[in-house]
Structures are given as structure tokens and as C-alpha cells.
Write a new protein. Sequence first.
Length: 475
Amino acid sequence: MLLKRYRTLLTYLAFAVVPAFAVVLVVRMEEGRLGAGTAGQGATSGVTLVAPPEVYKLLLAVAVIVAAAYGAGSLFKRLGQPRVVGEIVLGILLGPSALGLLFPQLEHWLFTPSIASSLDMLAQFGVIFFMFLTGLELPIARLRGSGPMAVVLGHACIAAPMLLGVVLASTLSSRYRPQHIGAVPFMLFCGLALSITAFPVLARILVERGLAKHRLGVLGLTTAGIGDVTAWCLLAVVVASVRSQSLSGSLFIVLWTVLFGLFVQFVVRAPLARLLRSLAAAGRREAVMIVVVTTVLVSALATERIGVHPIFGAFIAGLIMPRDAIMVHEVAHRIQGFTGWVMLPLFFATVGLKTHIGGLGGAAGWGVCGLIVAVAIFGKFFGTAVPARLLGNDWRSSLGLAAMMNCRGLTELVVLNLGLSLGVILPDLFAMLVVMTVVTTMLTGPLLNRLGIAGIRDEPGEEQAVEAVSAPGRA
């Protein structure tokens, strides 16, 4: 009876505790036999199981960046600015422009070269999925059915600032062009950098201001969408010209990129849509997630292999995703959350680590920076407001459209980071363009307020909002 009562305890002691003590005894006996040298090696082996200091620093750096980015974004949102502006500014403050200037030892301890490299690698995944979301959020049906006004404005808001940027770059070429980069790729990239509009950030701003359903807001989003697609196509050409030193090589890369885009559009898109719809109908959310993520990564890998950049493949993957599959948008919402709150703040931090505002070169450097900002703003306003007025809009609406197109935000940083990584621009010009990005993005809301556009209500019978807006936290 007593044995039956303690059967469980005795079984545990016999088959768990006793073998455990035996393991310890055998190990101790072996240590005694081999001597202290082996014991020392055993101690060393035990230490290697503990995470090295660099891993601790990486985890600490990620935690600091994510938490600080949330705080900075919330602060700037209270000030009436998009969250992305606060996160960009926070990234700059964590770099040599502020933290490195005031507490250089802390910056060097927290952001060692290996930590910065690890953060940059993580950030690239954030950028890839951001580009996927950008492609997914573009209102393809609306762009296809857009009237001539949106097409004219979408191309004009790119062409005018790009022309001014090319002219400006030609005057700055002798001082700011890398020696190994030709004049043409440098000028084209600088022109393109001044012509970017951040569609996701603009979409979120207009939604929060109640303008997404208004005629002017719909026209602005359609114009920005057309400009976005045009800009990414032009950027692919510029990247191809940089990565290939010959004209024939550049044309070869562009041709392969076009063929890949046609392949996924006419061969992959329909079967992918059928697969996702069937999985969604069966309620297999995990399978939908796997298919979407795999499609993004494979498409990004393909464009990297072609010779452009993974972000183009991710963008194309977003374009071909079915818009009518609710579960696809649920998956996209999950990706948005992690990308927006965790991965993109890491990207802003890596941009900040590469931005040294104090190294612009004194008054002359700041003068060039001011000139870049002025040309960027003037190019957008001239290229948007004047054509809009000629097409029948009043001056307030025309200037409002120009203010919308002047929003550059995160999309601009993606382009600039790509240019820096390819060696198209030098760090000092990169810092100037980052300053331009922050200034022009911060101006969007106040300019709309100044023009009296922010408080406009939806008008009866006007077109409805775009089918998607930017990722959570991006505005």
C-alpha cells in the first residue's frame, strides 16, 4: 500500500534523478582523469554557449531604436507632422550628427561597425517589404482609368524637377560627383532624387485630413501614383547604367527587367491570383502568408540577379497581387505592422548613421544644401501648379496639388540610400538630400493648412478613396 502511494515519486527518483546524478559523477570523474587542462577547456566551452557581447549590443540597439522611434513619431504627430518625419529625425539624432557629436564614446560603443552592418542587413528586409506594400497600395484600377489631367500632371511633376535637378547636378558635378561615376548617371540620379513623391506618406496624410475622398485628394493620389510608377521605372534605368559600365550592358539589364515584369504580369499573375483565392476560400491563412512572402522574396531575388536591385522585384510583386482577395490584405496588414513599427525604424537609424550634417563643409556646404532644398520645392510647384492651372483648376487647388507632390518622405530615403550604396553620390551630398527630404515632407501639412485645403469636406458625388492607404505609423 505504501509502495503504491509513493510509486510516482520512486519512479521519478529512479529514472530521472539518479541518472542525472550519474551524469554529473561521470563528468567529474572524467575531468579528474584528464586533468586541469581539460577542465579549463570545459570551462571555456561553457562560456561559448553564452551570447557574445556583440549580440547583446545588437539587441540593445534594436530595442533603443524601436522604442525611441515610437516616441519621436508620437511627438511629431502631436505637432501636426507625419510620424515618419519624427522617425527620420530620430535616426539622424542617433548618428554622428547628434549622438556622435555630443557623446562620441557612446555612439562608438553602441553602433560599432559590425552592429551597423547587422542593422543595415535587417533594414534591407524592411525596405523590401515596404516596397511590396507600396506596390500593393497603388490603386492600379484607378491609374488605368485615370483621365488625361492625372496623366499630364503625373508626368509633369516628375519631368520639371528632374530637369532642374539635372541642371543643378551639372554645376555640382566637379565637387560632389564620385570619381568612378560618370557624369550622366550622376546627373540623372540627382534629377530623379529631386522629383520623388512619397505616395504612401501622402496617402496617409490625406486620409487623416479627410481629403482622400475629395476630388482634389483623389486627383493628388492618382497623380502621385502615376509619378511613383514613372520614377521607379526611371530609377531602374539609372541603376542599370551604374551597375553596367557599357551602354550595351545597361540596355541588357533594362531589357531583362522589362521582360521579367512582362513575365510576372502575363504568366505569373493569373495563376498566383487563383492560388491565393483558393487558399483564402479554404481559410488557410498561414498558407496565404507563406505564398505572399515567398513571392516577394523570389521576385526581389530575381531583380537582384538581373542586375537592378531587390526593391524593384518587391515593388513588382506588390503590383501583381490580387486586390480583391480579402485575406491578402489581412496578410499585408500583418506585414505592415511589423515592417512599420520595427523594421523601418531600423532603416531610419541606418540612414542616420550615414548622415553627418556637421560635415557639410561650413557656410558653403549649407549654401549648397539650401539651394538643393529651394530647387526641389520650386521644381515641384512649377511642374505641378502651372500645368494644373492651365488644365482648368483654380490657383488654390493647383497650389494644393503642388504641396502634395512636394511630400517626399520614406520613398525618397529609399532612393537616396540606394544611390549611396551604389556609390552614385558622396556622403556629404547624401546628407544634403536627407535634409531636403525632411524639410519638404514637413512642409506638406502646413502648406495645405495655409491654403485652406485641410478642412475641406467630401463633396457629394465625388470619387471615392483609393483602395488602400499607407502602412500603420508611416504618417
